[in-house]
Design a protein around this ligand. Structure first.
Ligand code: GSH
Length: 201
């Protein structure tokens, strides 16, 4: 398998899951501004949506959409315990977290990063994220990870998105459970490996 990624982008989530699951993989860096891969390929030919992540499967098929990619990787390695089996109540809980992260968090950060977004809109987005963080902080009380004591694919995605907070002037130390959670995930050896490989550690 090959993961197309851009350092620190949402592709960090499947990158972490590849490492946590012990899946052999190759990495190909993408310049998301120029839409070129490091080896010089026009990225639009890899993903017509122009976004990372893309997971290229061994049969050459390409899978997009981070929340789906992490489930694909983890389902191929059930012994890793990174995702509960399909059809179980716990699986729907993981999917609930993935969907919340993608729709309520990930896509609220995007406009704040964009230099062309009016400041008033950025302030509203920050305030909305703050309300979500209040709720997440409550959910994490007394828990190691989103699903309890066990790290899952939902944590790889939540951690990836939470890491963006300082870059948009959100200080996560206002939410002690989130702060402790982010530090806990960051300390995992495979997460450290992924961060180092992306030049982020
Ligand atoms: N719906 C996609 C969104 C992916 C996405 O937003 N990727 C961003 C990086 S975090 C990107 O590649 N942005 C560049 C662009 O849209 O031009 C997913 O969940 O995988």
């Amino acid at each position: 398998m090959k993961l197309y990624y851009s350092p620190g982008a949402c592709s960090l989530s499947p990158h972490i899951v590849l490492r946590e699951s012990g899946t052999p993989f190759d990495l190909e860096q993408v310049n998301n501004q120029e839409k070129k891969t490091k080896s010089g390929t026009d990225y639009w030919t890899i993903n017509p949506k122009g976004q990372v992540p893309v997971l290229e499967l061994d049969n050459g098929e390409r899978l997009t959409e981070g929340p789906v990619i992490v489930q694909y990787i983890a389902d191929k390695k059930p012994e890793s315990g990174l995702v509960p089996p399909c059809g179980t109540p716990e699986r729907y809980r993981v999917q609930e977290w993935l969907n919340f992260t993608t729709s309520e968090l990930h896509k609220s950060f995007g406009p704040i990063f964009r230099p062309t977004t009016p400041d008033a809109f950025k302030d509203i987005s920050r305030a909305n994220l703050g309300k979500r963080f209040d709720w997440i902080d409550q959910q994490l009380a007394g828990k190691q990870y989103l699903m309890g004591d066990k790290f899952s694919i939902a944590d790889a995605y939540m951690f990836t998105v939470m890491r963006w907070s300082p870059r948009v002037n959100i200080d996560i130390s206002k939410w002690p459970n989130i702060k402790a959670y982010v530090d806990r995930v960051a300390a995992r050896p495979k997460v450290q490996e992924a961060l180092k490989a992306e030049g982020l550690a």
